[in-house]
Write a protein that binds this ligand. Sequence first.
Ligand code: ITT
Length: 190
Amino acid sequence: MISITLVTGNKRKLAEVAAIMEPYGIKVTMAKAVKFEAQGEIDFVSSLAAQLASMELLAPVVVDDSGLYVDSLNGFPGPYSSYAFDKLGNKGLLKLMDGVPDRKAVFRCVVTYADVITDEIKSFEGQITGYIRSDIGKEDGFGFDPIFSPFGPGGKAFSEMDVAQKNEISHRGIAFRKLAVFLLNKIAQG
Ligand code: ITT
C-alpha cells in the first residue's frame, strides 16, 4: 500500500482526503510539521508550505491549501479564507453579502507533493463553482460548508452532503484524484 503524509492541522480535511485516496489504495497519515502560511495566492502558499515541511521532516509530504473566492467581493476571502473564517465566520460573510444579488463563488484547492530528497515538487488544482446561500445550512462539515452550495440540481449546501457526496464534486476531490493518478504512475514507473 502506498502511504502519503498530509501536513495539516484540520482533521475534517484529513478525513476527506483519506476517503478520496482510499479507492486508489493510498493511505493518508497526518503530520504535525509547521504548515508555513506565507501570504500570497494559494498555489504559491501550497507549494512553499509543502517544500518547507518536506525539509523539516526530511520526507515526502503533501499540503492542501484551499480558499473560497466570492465574485462580488473581488475574490475575497480567497487566500485569506482561514483568517476570514476565524474573524467573520459564516454569519459575518453572509452579512457582507446582505442584499447582493450576484452570489457566485468558487472553491479552489491546490495540493502539492514535495520531496526535497529527490527534488520533486508537483501541484494539482481543483475547483468547483457554486453560490453563497442566503441562509446558513446544516451546521456540519467544516469552514464555509454551511453557506456554499455547488451549482446543479438539489441546491444542497456542502454541509448537507456526506463526505462521499462532497468528495465526488469538490475542489479537494478533483485536486487529490489528480495527485492519486500522479502517485500511481510514479510507482508504476519505478
Ligand atoms: P491546514 O492549513 O492546517 O491544512 P486550514 O483549515 O487552515 O487547514 P486551508 O488553509 O486550506 O485549511 O483553508 C482555509 C480555510 O478555507 C479553512 O479554514 C476553511 O474555513 C475554508 N475551507 C477550505 N476548504 C474548505 C471546504 O472544503 N469546505 C469549507 N470550507 C473550506
